[in-house]
Design a binder for this molecule. Structure first.
Ligand code: SF4
Length: 284
């Protein structure tokens, strides 16, 4: 842990606004930046466009927050203190600008520390969003928390390709992520698969069936809808759309293809289990 850059922080709960503003009161980011910036998802990561965070640096891992336990206790007690009027609602999205199970989590345990604090001070709702099967390490802790409050384990599965042609390798196998979702679901923890940003899908019927088994619901998004800019302008400035074109996946740059897949998912999972973009992400 000492060899990693550390970021001193007095507070860990950040009020939400914008994309997550209607479903969540706060986001939590145990890390600054993300260790998965190099692999495939780093190409289409929405967070790389946050200049306040990157400060003009290349998108990557910047550091681990310190004093997370103290900061969470302090922030929680301030929000829930009866001395300050009615206790405020606390609906947390973890995480909005990093992956709480970035590879550095193995050694720092920062996210795990936060979850341990939440057992004593449970938020009103928690969405734990990752693309790493490392989240399975905390299965027992998360299941315990889910017995005390609303918890969703949310794992990105944006494609069924184990290696998307024309793009760098994934940070983890999509099949392993689906298995992780199944494990949580069979342990009684509500699960959602986020197909976001939707990438080319090789075998749609098999993928839909796998998601049907793994997720209580699916949230679908496309960079043209959800990257935080009008008509996906931010993503269009990256090389991602071009990479899709060159690999023969140009149709996946369109909303026609996106909604065709959404309709297919609805046919398999049922309308109410397939949610779209911001409205979907904000459903807790
Ligand atoms: S894991 Fe998430 S935050 Fe990290 S690089 Fe990939 S998309 Fe971005």
């Amino acid at each position: 842990m000492n060899s990693l850059p550390v970021i001193d922080n007095k507070t860990i709960l950040t009020p939400t606004g914008g994309f997550l503003g209607s479903g969540f009161t706060h986001s939590v980011n145990p890390y600054s930046g993300c260790g998965y910036a190099g692999p495939c998802c780093g190409e289409y990561c929405y967070v790389q466009h946050n200049v306040w965070l990157t400060k003009g640096n290349p998108w990557g891992f910047y550091g681990v927050k310190t004093n997370i336990r103290d900061a969470y206790r302090r922030d929680y007690d301030r929000l829930k203190s009866p001395r300050r009027g009615h206790p405020k609602r606390l609906r947390i999205y973890c995480s909005s600008s990093t992956d709480p199970y970035t590879p550095q989590e193995k050694s720092t345990g920062a996210t795990r520390a936060l979850l341990e604090e939440m057992l004593d001070r449970p938020p009103d709702a928690l969405v734990l969003q990752t693309r790493s099967p490392l989240v399975l390490r905390d299965l027992g802790l998360i299941a315990e928390l889910a017995a005390r409050t609303t918890v969703w384990v949310s794992i990105t599965v944006e494609t069924d390709y184990e290696r998307l042609p024309g793009l760098p390798p994934h940070s983890s196998s999509p099949a392993d992520r689906i298995e992780a979702l199944k494990t949580f679901r069979s342990s009684g923890v509500p699960t959602q698969a986020t197909c976001s940003p939707m990438c080319p899908i090789e075998d749609l019927p098999a993928f839909a069936n796998a998601l049907d088994e793994a997720g209580d619901r699916i949230i679908c998004d496309h960079y043209l809808l959800g990257d935080g800019s009008k008509h996906g302008l931010r993503t269009k400035r990256t090389r991602f759309p071009q990479m899709l074109e060159e690999a023969g996946f140009g149709a996946w740059n369109t909303l026609e293809k996106f909604f065709e897949v959404v309709e297919y998912f609805k046919g398999v999972l049922g309308e109410h289990r397939v949610l779209v973009s911001a409205a979907g992400f904000n459903t807790v």
